[in-house]
Design a protein around this ligand. Structure first.
Ligand code: ZN
Length: 350
């Protein structure tokens, strides 16, 4: 932060585990660098109420830098506060559970966890600091969720590039952006299983470091520079029913990837590579695995309607999209996942 010319006082927005893991580091390193700092304990949801509360505290204390330390929702809140107050933001993810850390957007939810809006900012974070020693102590399920978010990057990027749609910044994609998205996918396929094993041993092996790079940096650059499509729109749709709220963003996105592959009528080989990967790392491949063992038609209709709301990224798909085809694809993806489990003798979750 000092190298970048940032000056204090610093407000650190942090979740409980970040406070537990990093307080001593903050005391030492910020103290040595001469930054005054305070911690604002994160309330649990990146909601308008939370953002406004942190802004009040930042204003009262006259802070000059916002630091977000924790998971994606903490970082999204820190970024929203910094953008509104026109302050620099530093992100310190303590989990690799999504591609939020490097991006220039926040996903804002209602107080009870339903998707509300994307806020897109003029610039990306001033600094993203990832300590893989810290990531190696995070819960395995969060790393897996990050793989789900990263799994979508390549498929959504390719769809956007092939359809010549504008990226998240309103510009065209580039070869380099698409190459980063593809590298993201290759790292998942090659290192995902080993990285998960390393995390279970709390050991930042080279496979885990590469995987963290894929989940955090490549997925973030990939989606922002090329674009999102059906997978993330279906994720947003899934948040419309409360049964999915206990599941992480990346878990719902992973299911959205399957739905996107169905919608795009991708060849069996592509679908099977995704199903195989998802099964090996423990990502959901059925509705039951995201809390929807009993999917009533009214729920499905709500999900399909939210997935196809005006302005959704599902309209980056290269064909006209209607709620009914999305509803059918959501059921079809479930059938694929259950058939895969049956063929491979896997006991259904949920
Ligand atoms: Zn995402």
């Amino acid at each position: 932060m000092a190298t970048l010319g940032l000056t204090g006082p610093v407000l650190i927005v942090a979740g409980n585990s970040a406070i537990r893991l990093l307080s001593e580091t903050w005391r030492r390193s910020l103290g040595e660098a001469g930054f005054a700092w305070q911690v604002c304990r994160f309330g649990g949801e990146c909601s308008i109420a939370e953002i406004e509360g942190v802004k009040r505290q930042a204003r009262e204390q006259g802070v000059r830098v916002i630091v977000g330390a924790g998971g994606g929702k903490v970082l999204d809140t820190a970024r929203a506060v910094a953008a509104d107050l026109d302050l620099p933001v530093v992100n310190c993810p303590t989990v690799a559970s999504s591609d939020a850390p490097c991006s220039a957007l926040s996903v804002v939810y209602t107080g009870d966890g339903a998707f509300l809006e994307y806020r897109i900012y003029g610039k990306n974070p001033d600094l993203v600091l990832v300590d893989t020693q810290i990531i190696a102590q995070s819960p395995p399920r969060l790393l897996v969720a990050g793989m789900g978010d990263a799994l979508a990057t390549w498929f959504e990027a390719k769809t956007c590039v092939e359809g010549h749609v504008r990226n998240m910044r309103g510009g065209g994609s580039s070869e380099s952006a698409l190459a980063l998205a593809e590298l993201c996918y290759r790292i998942l396929m090659r290192d995902g299983v080993d990285a998960l094993a390393a995390l279970r041993n709390r050991s930042p092996t080279p496979a885990l470091e590469r995987l963290v790079e894929a989940n955090t940096l490549l997925s973030g650059l990939g989606f922002e520079s090329s674009g999102l499509a059906a997978a993330h729109a279906v994720h947003n749709g899934l948040t419309a029913v409360a049964q999915t709220h206990p599941y992480f963003h990346g878990e719902k996105v992973a299911y959205g990837v399957l739905v996107q592959l169905v919608l795009e009528k991708k060849p069996q080989s592509v679908v099977e590579e995704v199903l195989d990967f998802a099964t090996r790392v423990g990502l959901p491949t059925t509705l039951a695995a995201i809390g929807l063992a009993e999917m009533r038609d009214d729920m499905l209709n709500r999900i399909a309607a939210r997935s196809t709301a005006e302005g959704e990224t599902i309209y980056n798909e290269p064909f006209p999209v209607e709620p009914r085809m999305v509803a059918e694809a959501i059921r079809a993806a479930d059938a694929l996942g259950r058939e895969w489990q049956r063929r491979h003798g896997i006991l259904a979750a949920g």
